[in-house]
Write a new protein. Sequence first.
Length: 385
Amino acid sequence: MASYVHTFTRDGTADAAEKVWMSAFAMARSGHLRAAGNLLAEWVDHAETPPDLRCDLLCLRAWVEISEVSAEILPALQHALRRVGQGEVPRRLGTAAPDMLAELCAEALARDVASEQAHRLIRLFTLRPPSPALERWPYPLRVHTLGRPAIVVDAQPLRFSGKAQRRPLELLHCLIAHGGRDVAVSRLAAELWPREEGAVSRGAFDMALKRLRRLLREPAALRLECSRLSLCDEACWIDIRVLERLLGDVDRASDLDRGLDLMQRALCLYQGDFLEGEEAPWALLARERLRARLLRGVRRLGLSLESAGRWPDVTRLYERVREIFPLEEDLCRRLLRGHMQQGEFTQATHLYGRCRALFAKVLGVMPSRDTTALVFGPRTTSSNR
């Protein structure tokens, strides 16, 4: 490596540094990450590297560390974005490989490292998110559907008034309820204008879509192709897309701590049921599907924690989920089991009493025999299990 660097230095510092950049970039692009990283390590702190090129070299090195999942990701990001904070710009990387720069910015935002500088680069190069439904990417349009619906355009919440906006918003929500991607116009029209047929139904759809585009003020957000409507991943953040991605990551998590962290993020995102207050059939079906998906993920993670004997984590998980779904008896029963396994009989008795009173008042039923037996049957703890 020393002879390789020495060869570059014969041509003069500026030309040599430019050749290093081009060689390291080609190596990184072709997947030779270690070779690229070694070459960059020799030059990012080289005393004679021109300032306008140093930022490019640092950003490329940070991208290499991210791609290798290296232990040096954090310092590499901090070093690179510190130069951006000082007014330098990685113009070569932003022009030649905006996708690589976008990955770097996404990693910085996910780690909460120099977020202001990452936002600056995203705006300067109009970077696209490297993957859909990133939690912290500055999308021009954000749509919240979990709990109270809301739309945020360029960080400003939209204010709605009048009946004229009702149909465009219903179109947006119906589109999201059906997945938000490649939804047939005929299906949307049938859901929203069931009494209309043919040209009348299509005309109503076209008018609602026109009004929705005007309302969102983001031309790239909606794409209509071959009579199918989509919300563009690159321009639009939707909370249920993030929720579904997080729950998928929970299922694929390689260890329980990672799964717990992802589940906590999913539960924080779940501010309420999908489109609370909307009683249209398409909304009810999507609402139940999301509830079932979340509860299925919670139960699967809870069973893994129980198998590992991590009962304090079990009780914390189910206590958090019961705040969202207080009438789910299965959650009550699992939480009771967690308390009993830890010998927390008083807490279990009090919890049972609260559940019993709530079920009687709201549902008009008593807890099942299985639930009652957990508290008033033979006591079993983790020590004598």
